[in-house]
Ligand binder design. Sequence first.
Ligand SMILES: N[C@@H](CCC(=O)N[C@@H](CS)C(=O)NCC(=O)O)C(=O)O
Length: 412
Amino acid sequence: MYSTSLLSPAILFPTNNPKPTTKTRPKHHQLRPRMSLNHQTPPPIVNPFNSVAKLLWGKSLPPQLLISTVRSTWSTAWHLMMSQLAPSDSSGSYTRPTSLFRANPNQFPGEKAPGPTALHLYVGLPCPWAHRTLIVRALKGLEDSIPVSIASPGIDGSWVFLDNNTTSGNKLIAGSDKANGCKALREVYKLRQGGYNGRSTVPMLWDGERKEVVCNESYDIIELFNSGLNGLASNPELDLSPPSLRENIDEWNRIIYPNVNNGVYRCGFAQSQEAYDNAVNELFSTLDKIDDHLSASRYLCGDVLTLADICLFTTLIRFDLVYNVMFKCTKKKLIEYPNLHGYMRDIYQIPKVAQTCNFEATMDGYYKFLFPLNPGGIRPIMPSGCEHEVLSKPHNRGSLSLDQKNVQVYVS
Ligand SMILES: N[C@@H](CCC(=O)N[C@@H](CS)C(=O)NCC(=O)O)C(=O)O
C-alpha cells in the first residue's frame, strides 16, 4: 500500500560510485571468453530515484523539507495501519479485542458429546495463543479425534490456506483447509449460521456437524481439551488443571496474561513512548519475579505441569526469536534468565512438545507479515540460542521436584 522505497537509503544517501569502465574492470572479466559475437555487456541497472536525487541535491542529504514531509507522511500512515492492526486506548496502549465465541469445559456433556472428528481445530504456527491449543491437544492425545488445519499469514496479515498438502515428518507445517476446503479463515467463520464479519482469529475450534464456531478463545479451548473431551482423548488421565491447584493456576494466569503473554504485544504494539515504557517495565519486572520463583520450583505450581505453564511457555519460546527484537523487549534476552531458560527447555523436551514448535514459520509470521512493525520484511538470522540443539540441552530441573521424577506427563 505504501512504497517503502521512498525511504530507501538509496534516496537518502545517493551513491556516487563511478560506472565501471574498461579500465576499472577486474582482470578476470577482461579475460572471459566471448560466448557469442553478439555478446554485449548488460546495461547497468539505473535506479531512477538515484538519478533524480543526484540531479536535485547531488551528494548532500535531501532537503529538510522533503525529509520532514516523508517523515510525517510515514508517521501518519504508520498510526493508521497500527490502529487497524492493534487497537489502542487514548494513551497509545494496546487493547486486545475480546473473543466473541466462548466455551467452557462442560460444553459437551453426555449426549452432546461430539463424535470423533466432528470438531476441527484451526491454528496458525506463529501464533502463541494457537500454540497453546496444539500443545494441550498433543499431550492429551487428541490428534486423531480433533484434526487440525494450519493457516499461514497472507499478504494483508489475515489467515489464508495454502494449496499444498505436503508433510514434514511429524513437524506441523501450514497447508490447506481440511475441513471446509476454504481459501481463507474468514470464509470458514462466514460459513456459520448468521455469518460473521468480526476478526477471524486463530485458534478457532469448529464444529463440523453443526457448522458452527465452538470457540475462538485459546484459554477456553485448552480447558475444554484438558477436561471436557476425555472420551475422545488417548491420554485422559493427564489433568493439567487439577482442582487442588485451580486457584493457584488462576493466580498465575492473572499475573502472566497481562504482563507477559499480552505484555510482549503491549510492548510491540505500543503507539506512544509512555505506553511502551509501562509495558516493558511490567514485562521485565514480572519475568524477574518468575525467574526467582522458578529457582526453587520446577513448574509454576510446584512439581506438576499445569495449563499456566503451557501459557507461559508459548510466549517464552518466541521471546528471543521475535519479541526481543521486533517487539522491543530488549532489556534482557530470555537466555540471560537461568531459571526461566532451563524451565523453557524442560517443557520443550516433554515428548511431543518440540513437534508443535516451528521456528521458521514463527519468524516468517512476525517479521514478514506484521508489515507496520517491519516494513522492509527482512527476517533476521535465527539467534543461535533458539536452535533445537540448544533447547535440547540438559535442564537439570528434575532435582527441584520433591519426588525427583522427571515429569508427571504421560504421553501415549
Ligand atoms: N484472545 C485470543 C487471541 C487470538 C489472537 O489474537 N490471534 C491472532 C494471531 S496471534 C489472530 O488470529 N489475529 C488475526 C486478526 O486479529 O485478524 C485467544 O487467546 O485465542
